[in-house]
Write a protein that binds this ligand. Structure first.
Ligand code: FCB
Length: 468
């Protein structure tokens, strides 16, 4: 079965009916991969000198996660690494995006390096390369060392400098072999989910703290870029992976059009503008009802250090309208429509909206012109059930991936430089506060036995990549 001639029926437009075969759009060196992150899959939280991260502490707070679940064992990837990489090769992946656990490598966050922590990633990289799978290394996917959290975490500038030191430690060890580097995963989530909504670690609920945390995360990114490059090969590519939710208007009232602009600044430009333009969006902080974060003289030139590519994590869009019962803060004066008539939703309650990916990629290209972009996350949680043979027929995920890949093909044909498409996720894993009940993998994990079972979507993706 391949993407151009599969027999699976779908109510949505069929990729094979496109006049130009979708495969024609993708260059031969295109990165076809899948992603994971350290805390979500590794387990082994007490092993080989790893110290706790702020997620170990947060997940242990009663009520913080679904049924009190934690990443203590997760998919036990730490002990299944070779088997997992062999499975990636079976799925024809030519790229794998993973994150490194800062508290495995620098258990105190700074200072003494734990070689056993680095050894794990060294071995992972060699195992990937031996199978022809290109590693994309993310330095920070939310698991801040607890020692740094105890000193203020992202609320203090020192954490940004500690991150740059950590980046250099990793680059010295892996820089000769890893070409693709991502500093931070989703700075908006680091700041807002962690410090304003309190649904992610460290669980604080204060918008003012979120803008400070966000600023230090941006600074960490900018400080790390040259520290990485100093130890990488000349071909190395350094970027960052923010998440984007293109914002659409639910009606055409002028107040709603203003709401769209505000929501876009808050959800997409808060982090993108400093990185690509060296300043925050105008009115962002007053619209949020907060004061600007403490900004020092050279911060914006550090934060806007040129990058080689922009990662784009995309799941859904926002459909917003102005509220009539407006309150004092403009950010509270609009609302998102969370059930769109006729739309389909994933198990996360996220609207399936492939056009949003085209929208955000073409818009970023037009307005910010990064040298290149990679879709660093795209995927969906569905209620995967094993049938009597133990198989998982996740047709909805196949449809989801097909439609999003088709969208990327269209965007490439328009001349937008997209270098890769990375599915979230390779394996089912610990979905943060949702625990293990939300499954995103191409590969199913039976947590009781740690058995891996390739879902139909995994086979479909393998066949698609093979058909190119
Ligand atoms: C993204 C995260 C990733 C995973 C997916 C579903 O926001 O980067 O770790 O949780 O969402």
């Amino acid at each position: 079965m391949s993407i151009t001639n599969d027999t699976v029926s779908s109510s949505r437009p069929h990729i094979g009916t496109q006049p130009t075969p979708v495969t024609a759009a993708f260059p031969p060196d295109f990165l076809w991969g899948a992603a994971t992150s350290a805390y979500q899959i590794e387990g082994a939280v007490h092993e080989d000198g790893r110290a706790p991260s702020m997620w170990d502490r947060f997940a242990a707070i009663p009520g913080a996660t679904y049924q009190g679940q934690t990443g203590e064992v997760a998919a036990d990837h730490y002990h299944h690494m070779e088997e997992d990489v062999a499975l990636m090769a079976e799925l024809n992946l030519n790229a794998y995006r993973f994150s490194l656990s800062w508290p495995r490598i620098l258990p105190q966050g700074t200072g003494a390096v734990n070689d056993r922590g680095l050894d794990f990633y060294d071995h992972l990289v060699d195992t990937l390369l031996a199978k022809g799978i290109r590693p994309l290394a993310t330095l920070y996917h939310w698991d801040l060392p607890i020692a740094l959290q105890d000193r203020g975490g992202w609320l203090v500038r020192d954490t940004a400098y500690a991150f740059a030191d950590y980046a250099e430690v990793v680059a010295r060890r892996l820089g000769d072999r890893v070409q693709w580097w991502i500093t931070l995963n989703e700075p908006w989530c680091i700041a807002y989910l962690g410090y304003a909504l309190g649904i992610h670690a460290p669980g604080l609920q204060d918008k003012q703290l979120a803008v400070g945390a966000g600023h230090h995360a941006l600074l960490a990114h900018g400080l790390a870029v040259p520290r990485l490059r100093a130890h990488l090969t000349p071909q190395a590519q350094v970027g960052i992976a923010p998440d984007f939710y293109p914002v659409y208007a639910a009606d055409d009232r002028p107040e709603t059009l203003l709401a769209v602009k505000r929501a876009d600044a808050f959800r997409n430009r808060w982090f993108l503008d400093p990185i690509m333009r060296g300043h925050y969006p105008e009115n962002l902080f007053s619209d949020m009802g907060v004061t600007p974060p403490p900004i020092q003289e050279n911060d914006f030139s550090i934060i806007s250090t040129p990058i080689d590519f922009l990662g784009v994590n995309y799941y859904s869009r926002m459909l917003v309208r102005s509220r009539t019962d407006t309150t004092s803060v403009p950010a509270d004066s609009y609302e998102a429509v969370d059930r769109v008539p006729g739309a389909s939703y994933t198990e996360m309650g996220w609207e399936i909206f492939p056009d949003g990916l085209a929208n955000i990629l073409t818009r970023i290209h037009r307005e910010y012109a990064p040298k290149a972009m990679i879709v660093t996350e795209s995927g969906a949680a569905f209620d995967d059930q094993r049938d009597s043979n133990g198989d998982i027929h996740d047709q909805q995920r196949i449809d989801y991936l097909r439609e999003h890949i088709q969208t990327v093909a269209q965007v490439i044909r328009q001349g937008v430089p997209i270098k890769g498409y990375i599915v979230w996720s390779f394996l089912d894993n610990f979905e943060w506060s949702e625990g293990y009940r939300k499954r995103f993998g191409l590969v199913y994990v039976d947590y009781a036995t740690q058995r891996r079972i390739v879902k139909d979507s995994g086979r479909w993706y393998a066949n698609f990549v093979a058909s190119l």
